[in-house]
Ligand binder design. Sequence first.
Ligand SMILES: O=C(CO)[C@H](O)[C@H](O)COP(=O)(O)O
Length: 210
Amino acid sequence: MELQLALDLVNIPQAIELVKEVEEHIDIVEIGTPVVINEGLRAVKEMKEAFPSLKVLADLKIMDAAGYEVMKASEAGADIITILGAAEDMSIKGAVEEAKKQGKKILVDMIAVKDLETRAQEVDAFGVDYICVHTGYDLQAVGKNSFEDLQTIKRVVKNAKTAVAGGIKLETLSEVIKAQPDLVIVGGGITGQTDIKGAAAQMQKLVKQG
Ligand SMILES: O=C(CO)[C@H](O)[C@H](O)COP(=O)(O)O
């Protein structure tokens, strides 16, 4: 099981400072969608240059022109690139094809997918690397989480690794771990704490214990 730190509400220098603090406690650093919107793929490039041994995920949440966008994120240094499960089959297949060419990985974000069970099986057959259940900020605000959805994909996904994101905190991490995802994605549960390094270390400990 791996731990990914999601950085959403920072600029590039702040992102790099944060990662300096927690680098030893995380496996993957995510350049979140708002950071890409604000700073462009330069954020991915600068993060990879600053931490060459850390895997960098570009959370592009691709919806169209997937091959091209995967190519550009790969050129910037991303190791993993996200596409939406709600995208066209052709887009997801195009993302997988380009990622394979570039030696990169694709994570499919299932945010807002209504028939999760069916779509997860379809997407799994396209050869994607990760399938991620995700409760976004707007649904977190009304008390939703992805714990049940994680159990659903654990049941039906046969090839891809499984991932979970959305409002995971130290207090809820054990419940998430019980479902045995391959990847746990945490943003505010680390960056919103006073002791960021301590929070990352505690989360890493639980994730590694599995
Ligand atoms: O992709 C995202 C929002 O769309 C976030 O990166 C993801 O939800 C993890 O952050 P948090 O733990 O703060 O919810």
